[in-house]
Design a protein around this ligand. Structure first.
Ligand SMILES: C[S@@+](CC[C@H](N)C(=O)[O-])C[C@H]1O[C@@H](n2cnc3c(N)ncnc32)[C@H](O)[C@@H]1O
Length: 229
């Protein structure tokens, strides 16, 4: 499918799938959305000094980049696995402007490292984050039980990929999360919440980023701890 690079309202770039008219991020702001959904409502919710992250849909690497910068600024040690079925090509990667938009001198270093490392092998990106990119369809990836504390679920929208927003896929992620692990995603449709609940998650609706009313944080509640929010 043909993809083109676009600029979203906060000045940061994203990609558009032309046939679907579907973008990789919110058109109201790619960086703004990624910070809100994945960093604020995901990464920042975990107190541990070291934890494991799984991302469904590595794409531009924006979520991984923001996570690497945040991990280093907070001194947290992260093991980050990102699954991607349709990697970007060099021309698309070179057209992304995250390093300039983030105004962080370390952003270019981490962004380049993420896109240079080979697939299927874990590599340190900075002093705090080790990244393994897995080139595969998420449906086919085997996930170890209880091997992640946080999941970023960043598939294309429900109308385009209903098979990924299914109970079977959420069950797979539920099993892969450690007790009290969380999954965050930008979407909040009824069938998605139902599929998550049927998979065993406690679903919490949160305010979305600008341009989006709501998003979801789904919790794998440990029976001992219960749920207090
Ligand atoms: C909404 S985009 C988000 C990308 C990424 N998180 C980012 O910040 O750029 C969805 C991503 O999921 C990938 N994807 C779609 N279907 C997939 C599948 N079945 N298995 C693995 N990756 C898939 C797409 O290629 C794309 O990179």
């Amino acid at each position: 499918m043909k993809r083109s690079v676009i600029i979203t309202s906060d000045g940061s770039s994203s990609l558009l799938i032309e046939d679907w008219k579907e973008t990789y991020h919110s058109v109201f702001g790619a960086i703004q959305e990624a910070r809100h959904v994945y960093i604020q409502e995901g990464f920042s919710q975990i107190d541990a000094a070291a934890f494991r992250v799984l991302e469904m849909g590595f794409g531009t690497g924006l979520n991984a980049l923001l996570t690497a910068l945040e991990a280093e600024s907070q001194g947290k040690q992260l093991c980050y696995h990102a699954v991607e079925g349709f990697p970007l090509n060099r021309e698309e990667i070179d057209a992304l402007n995250y390093a300039e938009q983030l105004e962080n001198p370390l952003a270019a270093r981490d962004f380049n490292a993420m896109h240079q490392i080979e697939w299927e092998v874990a590599h340190p990106i900075n002093s705090c984050l080790v990244l393994k990119k897995v080139h595969a369809l998420f449906e086919t990836v085997v996930l170890e039980p209880q091997s992640y504390d946080l999941i970023y679920f960043d598939a294309f929208g429900f109308p385009y990929q209903p098979e990924l927003w299914s109970q079977a896929i959420f069950e797979k992620m539920f099993d892969a999360l450690a007790p009290n692990g969380i999954l965050v995603t930008y979407a909040c449709r009824g069938p998605i919440k139902l599929a998550m609940r049927n998979a065993g998650f406690k679903v919490v609706r949160l305010a979305g980023p600008p341009g989006k009313r709501q998003m979801i944080r789904a919790h794998k509640i440990s029976k001992e701890t219960g749920f207090n929010s």
